[in-house]
Design a binder for this molecule. Structure first.
Ligand code: SF4
Length: 213
């Protein structure tokens, strides 16, 4: 029987992947891509070793469900670099819409803590009107950690009820530790790692507008 990787294995794998990518000159976005690939592999090991498929089949997360996309997402500078690259490749009008949404989000939410942001129901600037993530393939590591077995509880929480949603701890822990490994690799490389709030990072990034920030 396969041995299940622990959360510390996810952190170590992410650290090694990011360190190697930086050494290969792949930059911050490349380091994030390397961490995602390494963590996907770790999660796959955990899925098999812990027989997670029956639980994964019961998870409620699906395209178009976006209750969890109304919280502060803390991203490293490496994740922000990947988002910058991704957004810069979008058509100018789409870049402008994202930048406007980030400015709106920060106009309301600047200085708020997580609880205040959630209560204010401030949407992620990357959430599209159809409820889909506009950067799904390149979404930040915390977004890969988010999960829920009950979308209705997520909805009720979004609407203000104080309750906890049931999560798959393995998914949450592996991706959270992957970000910790990435932060460690960036720090060791002398790079200010963050995290920063995603909306604030996008608001500040010049690449979201063809004419700069
Ligand atoms: S980046 Fe995508 S998945 Fe993450 S909070 Fe924003 S819209 Fe949701």
């Amino acid at each position: 029987m396969a041995t299940a990787p622990g959360f510390s294995d996810a952190r170590r794998a992410a650290h090694a992947a990011a360190t190697a990518a930086l050494a290969r000159g792949e930059g911050l976005a490349g380091a994030t891509r390397a961490v995602v690939a390494a963590t996907d592999a770790i999660f796959d090991q955990a899925r098999i070793a812990l027989d997670l498929d029956p639980m994964l089949a019961r998870m409620a997360c699906a395209a178009g469900c976006s209750w969890c996309c109304h919280q502060i997402v803390g991203v490293t500078m490496a994740e922000l670099a990947l988002l910058t690259e991704t957004i810069a490749a979008m058509p100018p009008d789409r870049q402008a819409r994202i930048k406007a949404r980030a400015a709106d989000a920060m106009a309301t939410g600047r200085g708020m803590d997580q609880g205040q942001w959630w209560a204010a129901r401030i949407r992620c600037p990357l959430l599209e009107d159809d409820g889909l993530c506009g950067v799904h393939a390149e979404r930040p590591l915390p977004c890969r950690a988010f999960n829920s077995a009950d979308a209705d509880l997520c909805r009720r929480s979004y609407l203000g009820e104080k309750l906890r949603t049931p999560v798959l701890a393995a998914q949450h822990g592996i991706w959270a530790n992957a970000q910790a490994g990435l932060i460690q690799a960036l720090t060791e490389a002398g790079i200010a790692a963050g995290p920063v709030a995603l909306a604030e990072g996008i608001e500040a990034m010049g690449a979201t507008s063809p004419s700069g920030p």
